[in-house]
Design a protein around this ligand. Structure first.
Ligand code: NG6
Ligand code: CA
Length: 500
């Protein structure tokens, strides 16, 4: 431990000479689910106010061109933790709730790297990266999981809020499970004799719009079937409180040593079931209410850092795993009450899409000790957190680790206003696009132009698409015909990334 700390400080001396005598920064990633670029007031939203997120932006650096790797959850989370483009693997897709762990133990991940550097590492919230080795028994030790890939502590929503099993997992065990009422989970044929949304819509708090018609838990029908675990089932309305309590508890407990917290909220994903304190408060329906709830969670984390005197030397990063969607499977009133709010801001598309709103997400970084309040248009990818943190704590990545991760610390916490040369964007059906500072190319391919359930433009087209984002941030005009040279350049970058 001592030598780890010594090498950590040595590393800091190289990278940040003035930090040598100081403690390594704590790192907190607050990762929202499905929060769109335009969902927060510091990014221009006018119909909703997010004061705690705005405070973070005011005190930190707000990025206007930052990207999740993918327009859906599992792949983006995989990339954030491993520094590898998820489209390199065939299995990094939206996972069912009984999928095995996607990241092999031994992989160099953000938490594994920081753990080696002497950090206490914790994950609280949505996991959605699989658990177990394919023969998982939810009533016994649930592993491998986060504890096997670098986290010291885990308090999880195992998959998503809308997928069974609807129970929390703390470290290796389901929380509050009564062994006399064992949990069984199925993503194939129905199990147990509990009502489903399909057969008993009269039992629902609100109805599903597409999918989500299986086992009813807490008055909401889910994806997948579960039986048992009655005492362990979560109450959606309390989830933000429960997760925030565990996140701030982790900070409190580890305040005396460098810590890394990955706080992945269920908000603002479906099912949207705000606590009664937020219900009806946004005037934008439940989707707006859970944005307020998410903003409250952010405020609780900031208040905890303030109270413990840790704010100055804690790097807080807030971002999202993919772009926004309004109807993602439930008639929860969000469509009817949108009231002119534009979740994607000026961007086209949304969650699932190859257009910009799929992956261009909010990113705010605050580190008062090092970073002056500012706005940056640097091209940033969440892929680069791994190599950037490695550089910042002076622990170079071992050969072969974080294959696609580049040290972006100069853009994140230094003076580089440019960031990446290019980044690849992944839509739900594996349609890839590539972005440079001003241009966007989407490769041609099959697939519907629009998802009629979610009402999202997906960006699929049999023809190549090229957008000049400096003139046309909303990707309204395909200028492929006018710029064959530019298309060639961007295609070459995509081919380079695929071959790398
Ligand atoms: C989709 C679900 C959607 C959401 C998504 C994952 C249906 C019809 N739709 O398959 O509701 O759960 O998966 O979202 O089932 S994500 O943010 O975790 O990627
Ligand atoms: Ca998501």
């Amino acid at each position: 431990m001592k030598s780890t700390l010594a090498s950590l400080l040595l590393g800091l001396a190289v990278v940040f000479p003035s930090l040598a005598a100081e403690r390594a920064p704590n790192i907190v990633i607050i990762y929202a689910d499905d929060l769109g670029y335009g969902d927060i007031s510091c990014n221009g939203a006018t119909k909703i106010k997010t004061p705690n997120i705005d405070r973070l932006a005011r005190e930190g650096r707000r990025f206007t061109d930052a990207h999740a790797t993918s327009a859906t959850c599992t792949p983006s989370r995989f990339a954030l933790l491993t520094g590898v483009y998820p489209w390199r693997r065939s299995d990094a897709k939206i996972l069912p709730g009984n999928a095995p762990l996607l990241i092999a133990p031994g992989t160099v991940t953000v938490p594994a790297l920081l753990q080696k550097a002497g950090y206490a590492t914790g994950v609280v919230g949505k996991w959605h990266l699989g658990l177990g080795d394919g023969k998982l028994d939810w009533n016994s030790d649930i592993k491998p999981g986060p504890l096997e890939i670098g986290f010291n502590y885990a308090f999880l929503v195992p998959a998503t809020g809308d997928r069974v099993p609807c129970v929390y997992v703390e470290n290796h065990r389901v929380v509050a499970l009564d062994p006399r009422d064992p949990i069984a989970v199925s993503y194939g044929k129905p199990i147990g004799n509990e009502p489903t949304g399909k057969d008993h819509p009269e039992l629902l708090k609100y109805k599903f719009s597409h999918g989500h018609d299986m086992t009813i838990v807490n008055g909401i029908s889910r994806i997948g079937y579960m039986s048992g675990g009655k005492t362990a089932r979560w109450v959606d309305e309390d989830m933000a409180d429960v997760l925030t309590k565990h996140a701030t508890g982790f900070i409190e407990q580890h305040r005396a040593q460098p810590f890394f917290l990955y706080f992945a909220t269920q908000d603002i994903h479906v099912p949207r079931m705000p606590h009664s304190r937020f219900e009806g408060k946004s005037g934008l329906g439940r989707r707006g209410d859970v944005i307020l709830q998410f903003d409250w969670c952010v405020g609780e984390v900031l208040a905890t850092l303030d109270r413990l005197g840790l704010a100055e030397n804690t790097l807080v990063i807030l971002s999202s795993d993919n772009g926004p969607v309004v109807d993602d499977g439930y008639h929860d009133g969000s469509v009817e009450n949108l009231n002119g709010h534009t979740p994607a801001g000026a961007l086209r598309g949304g969650k699932y899409s190859a257009f910009e709103a799929g992956t261009r997400v909010p990113l705010i970084l605050r580190w008062p000790a090092r970073v002056q309040p500012s706005v940056s248009s640097a091209l940033i990818s969440q892929l680069d957190f791994l190599a950037s943190f490695a550089a910042m704590v002076g622990r170079p990545l071992p050969a072969g680790a974080g294959r696609d991760s580049r040290d972006a610390s100069a853009a994140l916490v230094g003076n580089d206003a440019k960031g990446r040369d290019y980044v690849v964007e992944q839509a739900v059906n594996d349609r890839l696009g590539v972005r440079t500072a001003g241009w966007k190319y989407i490769e041609p391919g099959p697939g519907p132009a629009k998802n009629n359930f979610t009402n999202t433009e997906l960006g699929n087209s049999p023809a190549p698409q090229l957008y000049d984002l400096k003139q046309d941030i909303g990707e309204t005009k395909n200028v492929a015909g006018a710029h064959p040279g530019k298309i060639g350049e961007l295609k070459a970058l995509l081919a380079q990334a695929k071959g790398a």
